[in-house]
Design a protein around this ligand. Structure first.
Ligand code: 15L
Length: 267
């Protein structure tokens, strides 16, 4: 376990709950926060504080003495700009200001939707490397690109270390054909977050969050810096999901259904 407490935002969300359970079971000292009440029994040694990411003072207080902030809070799907603004842009700023005060590391739950308008590689076309251009597929994806750039800024200017996880589809099981590329198992995410926290030095890193999927869209990233390799694979579920496809826009781009929302381009 890390030598200092770890703050987990978004603790009451699907990924937050899973991380609280897994890391708590490994003896981590966790501070949990979310705008919604924590629905599970608290892991041993954990405390929960209900608060809004838009409340910078609350966040600074919760971050006192922590070594890492696991930032999994905020809006997690496409929403109107005004709804994304408070939690994902202002909230992100508060997380980074708290990290700067504490000289803490940030592990940011970014998303494939920050690059969602890259086309899916076909046949033997090259996979997409993590140093590609941002191509957000909505206001949500745009907020994740902003979050990654915030990490870039705070590393360059203040030496705040951060790892940005471009998470694909992190659910208990792959749900459609796209997930044969994008699925990240809960166990692989838990191990990834542990490595991000425990690694000696990370600088500003970007890592694709998907399991060992041969159909993955994604190539090179900074995983060697933290010593992580995924162990699970979506292939185990191929028969059940390979026939589940959607409209042509969804199928063309990496971001899937998020790219097709409100899509009004002629060609
Ligand atoms: C995300 O960023 C969402 O949080 C999640 O609900 C999924 O939609 C996922 O991306 C995905 O692309 O499958």
């Amino acid at each position: 376990a890390p030598d200092k407490p770890v703050l987990l935002t978004g603790a009451s969300g699907n990924l937050g709950r899973m991380l609280a359970r897994e890391l708590g079971a490994q003896g981590w000292v966790l501070r949990l926060t979310d705008i919604a009440l924590f629905p599970d029994p608290l892991p041993p040694g954990a405390v929960f504080v209900q608060s809004d990411l838009d409340d910078g003072l609350a966040l600074v207080r919760q971050a006192e003495g922590v070594g890492t902030i696991l930032h999994f809070g905020g809006v997690s799907v496409e929403r109107p700009f005004e709804e994304v603004l408070g939690p994902n842009l202002r909230g992100l700023y508060h997380v980074y200001e708290a990290a700067r005060r504490e000289a803490a590391r940030v592990v940011f739950a970014s998303s494939n939707h920050s690059i969602g308008f890259h086309e899916r590689p076909q046949g033997n076309q090259p996979k997409l490397d993590a140093d590609c251009h941002f191509r957000p597929d909505g206001y949500y994806g745009l907020s994740k690109a902003y979050g990654e750039l915030m990490g870039r800024l705070y590393w360059d200017k203040h030496g705040v270390e951060n790892v940005n996880l471009r998470i694909g589809s992190c659910f208990p099981k792959p749900l459609d054909n796209r997930a044969l590329s994008t699925w990240l198992s809960y166990a692989d995410l838990a191990r990834l977050v542990a490595r991000c926290t425990l690694a000696e030095r990370v600088g500003h890193a970007v890592i694709w969050g998907c399991s060992r999927n041969p159909q993955s869209f994604w190539g090179h990233d900074h995983r060697d810096r933290i010593g992580w390799q995924p162990e699970d694979t979506a292939e185990d579920c191929r028969a059940a999901v390979e026939g589940i496809r959607a409209d042509p826009v969804t199928e063309r781009y990496q971001g899937g259904g998020f790219t097709a929302m409100e899509y009004s381009r002629a060609t």
